[in-house]
Ligand binder design. Structure first.
Ligand code: 13P
Length: 252
């Protein structure tokens, strides 16, 4: 049984004060929900204070990005060594990083390996653009994004299928479509790392997930949870998303 996971990617939202207020608002509701792994990914500068706030909570912390070197002259960057003191997860290869910050497959592969080396669980994001989707190239694109050699799927890595056209657009993929694509991703992992490993890897759906559509996604057999953007910085909505995931698929 794969433990469902719901992660909130706050992106570049919330000042420190706002982040603290949001966590205080979310914590009681989220702490009551069992059988689902709950992760929030606030901006870097809020990680340390939120870690303190979450003492004794079942909510886990993730970062939204990191550099792949351990330390050194890389002005402005944050390393896996630094993050390992603060959080358990790190989002890697988000389409916004690939697009705005020109992160290549090579960079992303290095980040995944560095995260695993320092005991962080990468949430590796993959997904096709609208043009690629319309050209029928979805599987080809995903295979390319996944085929970075040497990714160890057995080390706690989580995958997130986030079609670029569904991110922040209010136009989510259909749950059937997402399930089929995630089945393809699992098959691909199976070919690379064996069936047993593939059955253990959690694969999330992301892109315009809300409290109104989460149930459809989580009801699909291949979908192990969600990576939520906009709806994850609304306390009541995020709690509702996690609660529905638990009601449908919690692991006891
Ligand atoms: P939205 O939920 O705002 O569409 O964002 C999805 C996302 O990019 C999560 O990483």
């Amino acid at each position: 049984m794969r433990m469902p996971l719901v992660a909130g990617n706050w992106k570049m939202n919330t000042t420190l004060n706002e982040a603290i207020a949001l966590v205080k608002k979310m914590r009681p509701g989220l702490d009551q929900i069992e059988g689902v792994e709950k992760v929030i990914c606030p901006p870097f500068i809020s990680l340390a204070p939120i870690k303190e706030l979450l003492k004794g909570s079942s909510i886990k912390l993730g970062a939204q990005n990191m550099y792949f070197e351990e330390k050194g002259a890389y002005t402005g960057e944050i390393s896996p060594l630094m993050l390992a003191e603060l959080c358990q997860f790190v989002i890697v290869g988000h389409s916004e990083r690939r697009h705005y910050f020109k992160e290549t497959g090579e960079i992303i592969e290095k980040k995944v390996k560095a995260a695993l080396k320092f005991g962080l669980k990468p949430i590796l994001c993959i997904g096709e653009t609208l043009e690629e989707n319309e050209a029928g190239k979805t599987e080809e694109v995903l295979a390319k994004q996944l085929s970075s050699a040497g990714i160890n799927y057995a080390g706690g890595l989580v995958l997130a299928y986030e079609p670029v056209w569904a991110i922040g657009t209010g136009r989510a993929a259909s749950s059937r479509q997402a399930n089929e694509t995630i089945a393809f991703i699992r098959q691909f992992v199976s070919k690379q790392s064996g069936k047993e490993t593939a059955q253990g890897v959690r694969i999330l759906y992301g892109g315009s997930v809300t409290a109104d559509n989460i149930a459809e996604f989580i009801n699909q057999p291949e979908i192990d949870g969600a990576l939520v953007g906009g709806a994850s910085i609304k306390a009541d909505e995020f709690i509702s998303i996690v609660k529905q995931a638990s009601d449908i698929k919690r692991v006891r």
